[in-house]
Write a protein that binds this ligand. Structure first.
Ligand code: FAD
Length: 511
């Protein structure tokens, strides 16, 4: 889909007089033009770049632009920087996942390790406070980085007045407007609602409510067995809720997760107490009473059933967010899924207006948004940019974690690619066994003829960290033999990674 990106090898690089790499002569002209324009006294009010949205996409772009010497302003309406990710997404969810895991482990998994604990009590208020401490520290950190890199932070809601002007409704009251030679839209996404259920973030919640519940629900139904749904299901199940996940598809984790890995993690989460209803369609919900009733039936039609819950989490996906942005004032349209349409340089049909992050194409992931932010600024300042959409990892932070990069077996089969498989179980890895934490496996998929790695899929402890090695291998076009011949420290979980590569290329030693 994004094959238009310039491959690393073909980037036009020249060494400049001060020994730093710069772009080709035509690109140099562009950089110089941007820099010299800034010196006109009459244009001092105009920014080189105005960014709408201070989420991961927007704030990273702002910092990068500041580093490149652009005069930049970033407009954010939330009252704090970091967007969904830092405020109500990646960070708070991982704080709750980490601490609920500790709680669950102390309750159920210490005696056999020789640790005897007394009364264990959950203090949910304090757990939420710990989450807020992490969030506040990180969002304030971005404000500091803005100052350090001369980024002007405008608190308010931005809307296009014309192709170069953004009108801002200031959070503190009043209005201002800011002009930009370039404008970057990074307004992110929002939870997709479920028709017929009214989100009140108490009884019927999105992930935003799920990271802020004041009490542990007795019964929770999660509509949608994707990554966000399963992470939240894990948190509340560990804290004592009876959780049922209803999923339309025949597997959990979303279609990107390899089917074998999905089955593996479903079994483990099932042992942890989460119930699953796969191939099941939610027909309607009734939230008029004190609890919520969810009517479900088999996806292919058939038996109906009603599930009762005191809290229902709607986790059926997210959709691009452009409300109030005034796209109509400049004639910009969205596609049938609400995404703003762009070309390979993130440009809309108005070339100085670019779009990155959740509000446009590609996976809705913070690190994807970050990569695009850097590339978009490089397109503005240097005329080239690089994001390898084939090597963006996905991670599910349950316990054990699931992580993957590249293609899964179903995708390779569909594309008619001949591939070989090599896998290694954590039950044969010395460190996982030592840690008494050995559920899961590492699985490599490599081209049958060339041995080039096509996909790596991990379910197991620390999978989210381990996948970084897989991403690097894919990025550099490594073969499974390359990884198999690379020394990995002993005893580490990463040895399972090496052994899976050995199993793909030849034979694993320890299994
Ligand atoms: C519960 C949850 C967990 C997640 N966990 C992970 C994870 O572990 N790893 C991962 O990679 N991704 C995760 N994500 C996804 C990740 O949060 C998003 O991919 C990422 O935040 C996208 O960044 P963005 O900057 O494009 O959008 P956002 O982070 O949504 O930021 C957009 C910002 O723009 C602001 N804005 C919108 N319109 C305007 C306007 N008109 N004027 C001014 N400001 C405006 C919004 O207030 C918002 O702050 C998670 C998401 C959720 C919901």
């Amino acid at each position: 889909m994004f094959s238009h990106m310039i491959p690393r090898a073909s980037r036009p690089l020249l060494r400049s007089a001060n020994n730093t790499f710069r772009a080709s002569p035509s690109t140099l002209y562009l950089v110089d033009k941007v820099q010299s324009r800034r010196s006109y006294a009459t244009e001092t009010e105009e920014k080189d770049l105005v960014i709408i949205g201070g989420g991961v996409a927007g704030y990273v772009a702002a910092i990068k632009a500041g580093q490149e010497g652009l005069k930049v302003a970033c407009i954010e309406k939330r009252g704090s920087l970091g967007g969904t990710c830092l405020n109500v997404g990646c960070i708070p969810s991982k704080s709750l996942l980490n601490n609920s895991h500790l709680y669950h482990q102390i309750l159920h998994d210490t005696k056999n390790r020789g640790i005897e604990v007394g009364d264990v009590k959950l203090n949910l208020k304090q757990m939420m406070k710990a989450k807020e401490t992490s969030v506040n520290g990180l969002t304030k950190g971005i404000e500091f980085l803005f100052k350090k890199n001369n980024v002007e932070y405008i608190k308010g809601t931005g809307a296009f007045a014309d192709e170069h002007t953004v009108q801002v409704n200031l959070t503190e009251g009043g209005e201002t407007s800011v002009r930009g030679k370039n404008i970057l839209i990074a307004t992110g996404s929002e939870a997709t609602p479920f028709p017929g259920l009214t989100i009140d973030e108490k009884k019927v919640i999105t992930s935003t409510g799920a990271i802020a519940l004041e009490t542990v629900p007795k019964k929770m139904v999660v509509i949608g067995g994707g990554i966000i749904g399963l992470e939240m299901a894990s948190v509340w199940s560990r804290l004592g809720a009876e959780v049922t996940v209803v999923e339309f598809l025949g597997q959990i984790g979303g279609p990107g997760m390899d089917a074998e890995i999905s089955k593996n993690i479903q079994k483990t989460l099932g042992k942890q107490g989460i119930k699953f209803k796969l191939n099941t369609k939610v027909m309607e919900g009734d939230d008029s009473g004190s609890d919520v009733k969810i009517k479900v039936e088999a996806a292919k039609g058939g038996k109906e059933e009603t599930l009762d819950a005191d809290v229902v989490l709607v986790a059926i996906g997210r959709r691009p967010y452009t409300a109030g942005l005034g796209l109509e004032n400049i004639g910009l349209e969205t596609d049938n899924r609400g995404r703003i349409v762009i070309d390979q340089e993130y440009r809309t049909k108005i070339p100085h207006i670019r779009v990155i992050g959740d509000v446009t194409f590609g996976p809705m992931l913070a690190h994807k948004a970050e990569e695009e932010a850097v590339a978009a600024i490089e397109f503005i300042t240097k005329n080239y940019g690089h994001v390898n959409y084939g090597a963006i990892p996905s991670v599910m932070y349950t316990h054990p974690e699931v992580a993957w990069v590249g293609q899964n077996e179903a995708e390779l089969k569909e594309a008619g690619v001949k591939y070989k498989v090599g896998s290694f179980p954590f039950s044969a890895n010395s460190r996982a066994k030592t840690n008494l934490d050995s559920d899961g496996m590492v699985k490599f998929l490599a081209d049958a003829e060339t041995d080039r790695i096509l996909g790596i899929h991990i379910v197991g402890p620390n999978a989210g960290e381990m996948i970084a090695e897989g991403v690097l291998a894919l990025e550099y076009g490594a073969s499974s033999e390359d990884v198999a011949r690379t020394s990995h420290a002993h005893p580490t979980l990463a040895e399972a990674f090496k052994e899976a590569a050995m199993a793909t290329h030849g034979k694993a030693i320890h299994y």
